[in-house]
Design a protein around this ligand. Structure first.
Ligand SMILES: Nc1ncnc2c1ncn2[C@@H]1O[C@H](COP(=O)(O)OP(=O)(O)OP(=O)(O)O)[C@@H](O)[C@H]1O
Ligand SMILES: [Mg+2]
Length: 502
């Protein structure tokens, strides 16, 4: 290599039944921000876990500044300056310890063997680290009190304290608000100036064009190529990722909208939902727009009986419903694809088959007898319709890539007979090709005269997919708009609390 940096050559890696990586080459130069992209299941996380010492490659080698290095475990990776921040930041932090203790975790583990711990030093170093990043998080705060983005900052802080030279960020922006994303990108700039190389994984392709210089594309465990960002466009990259052109992001659905099937009046309840009024017609996709924290998730949870109602009325097909639990909600005719799929949406230690047929289990029973053939058939169909990448329907969900786990969460509801389907940020972490598939499936639901409630903070989804939209601000509906008569500016105006004095 002509300049300093890290190189992975001919990396292969197999899981039972899955060739996750097939002789992949990947290299990143010192101080470069490098995007690693590909469809769900392409092998991005696996490649980075090989680099971080979580998985051992079966072929190929890793080189730093031309010298081959051995990485057998995460400690080896750290010694070589390689640090990874996973998407599930919580697993890497200890919630009841302070920010300072979490930043200095490895140091503390090393110090444990000594009799005397210099707490002053830990405080001072942690403060220094945060200052290097231009952050003012109080290092005495407990990690459990931090927002998700602050937790990410703590992990990046830890990497900086270790003087990491290669920082891997695996889908860091998926759960972040626009402001939090901006802050993260500032930090990426800061560490880059310090000579750190950043490997950045994201399904939000516009972000890649904002902060990256190079792009490497993987498809089905193989390298498609590495490119200068300047020579690419979003369309050219999408084509490389999918191996085909994406016809349209938002497939057209022409559905005649019917009468009111769902109506909410003066609904208030847990999570700060206040006096919400809304309705959904048969065959209609109704958007719930608003920024992160506006109360969208709280509203759908309340409608789904996951949280408790203080007052108000909900009518489904003209009849009052007040589910006290999600199970009651399902019986009443609701389905919800929740935001936090790993916590609420799916059982990760069960198979795709179990997960995808669980909400509709009654369908496959004849009295006490289960029809396992039908269960299998239905699971196979779900895998096909939502495009889940897996060796078989028996695969454990924990072993799927992040985006494919999301597809399981969605697929299991699509075959249910609900009347109102609620989606809460369903395309987070889902690749562009599969996003279009999901939109198409939602189009199929409304074609069957179902009602759809689609909560998202992505204005492009509101504008591309919905018929009508409620904009939320501070737990309540700030505006009701007809999608074809509105635009991004107007959505932003109401989302930020504006436009109410007219
Ligand atoms: N622990 C595991 N056991 C078995 N197979 C696995 C395991 N982890 C990943 N795989 C498989 O390896 C392949 C690559 O997965 P990987 O997680 O690297 O994809 P990805 O590119 O990160 O996708 P996403 O965008 O969905 O996060 C997938 O087919 C996945 O199902
Ligand atoms: Mg991944």
């Amino acid at each position: 290599m002509d300049s300093k940096g890290l190189e992975m050559k001919g990396i292969s890696m197999e899981f039972p039944g899955v060739k996750a990586l097939d002789s992949v080459d990947f290299s990143v130069k010192t101080g470069e921000v490098h995007a690693l992209i590909g469809a769900n299941g392409a092998g991005k996380s696996t490649l980075m876990k090989v680099l971080a010492g979580v998985y051992k490659n079966t072929a190929g080698g890793i080189f730093i500044n031309g010298q081959e290095i051995e990485i057998h475990n995460p400690m080896d990776a750290k010694k070589n300056g390689i640090v990874i921040v996973y998407q599930e930041v919580d697993t890497a932090l200890i919630p009841h310890l302070s920010v300072a203790e979490n930043i200095m975790m490895d140091y503390l583990i090393g110090e444990q063997k000594k009799i005397f711990i210099d707490w002053g030093f830990i405080q001072r170093k942690a403060k220094e680290t945060m200052k290097k990043l231009g952050l003012n998080i109080d290092v005495n705060r407990l990690v459990s009190e931090l927002t998700l983005s602050e937790k990410q900052m703590v992990l990046i802080g830890r990497a900086v304290f270790h003087e990491a030279e290669y920082l891997i960020l695996d889908e860091p922006t998926a759960p972040l608000s626009v402001e939090e994303t901006d802050k993260l990108f500032e930090i990426v700039e800061t560490v880059k100036k310090r000579g750190v190389s950043v490997i950045f994984i994201s399904h939000r392709l516009d972000e890649i064009f904002r902060i990256c210089e190079k792009i490497t594309v993987l498809r089905d465990g193989q390298l498609v190529g590495s490119y200068d960002v300047k020579t690419q466009t979003i369309d050219s990259i999408v084509e490389k990722m999918l191996g085909r052109k994406l016809e349209s992001t938002f497939p057209k659905h022409e559905v005649e909208i019917g009468g009111k099937i769902f109506e909410v009046s003066n609904l208030s309840g847990e999570g700060g939902v206040e006096n919400v009024n809304m309705h959904v017609n048969a065959g209609e996709i109704v958007g719930i727009s608003g920024l992160v924290g506006a109360g969208k998730t709280e509203l759908v949870k309340l409608l789904f009986g996951a949280t408790s109602r203080d007052s108000g009325e909900v009518l489904l097909n003209g009849k009052p419903v007040s589910p006290k639990t999600p199970a009651e909600a399902v019986k009443s005719g609701f389905a919800l694809v929740p935001e936090e799929r790993r916590r609420e949406g799916i059982l990760v230690h069960e198979s795709i088959e179990t997960n995808s047929t669980l909400p509709t289990l009654e369908k496959y029973c004849n009295g006490p007898f289960m029809n396992s053939g039908m269960i299998k058939e239905s699971a196979v169909k779900t895998i096909k319709t939502v495009g889940i990448k897996a060796p078989s329907e028996k695969q454990l969900v924990a072993k799927l890539s992040g985006g494919n786990q999301q597809k399981v969460a969605i697929g299991k509801w699509l075959i249910s007979d609900a009347d109102i389907f609620m989606f809460d940020e369903p395309t987070k972490g889902v690749d562009v090709g599969s996003k279009a598939e999901i939109y198409k499936l939602i189009g199929d639901l409304v074609a069957k005269k179902k009602g759809v409630i689609y909560a998202t903070c992505e204005f492009s989804e509101i504008l591309g997919l919905t018929d009508r939209v409620y904009v939320m601000y501070n737990g309540t509906v700030a505006a009701e708009l007809v999608t074809k008569n509105t635009n991004e500016e107007e959505l932003l105006l109401y989302s930020t609390g504006g436009g109410r004095d007219e």
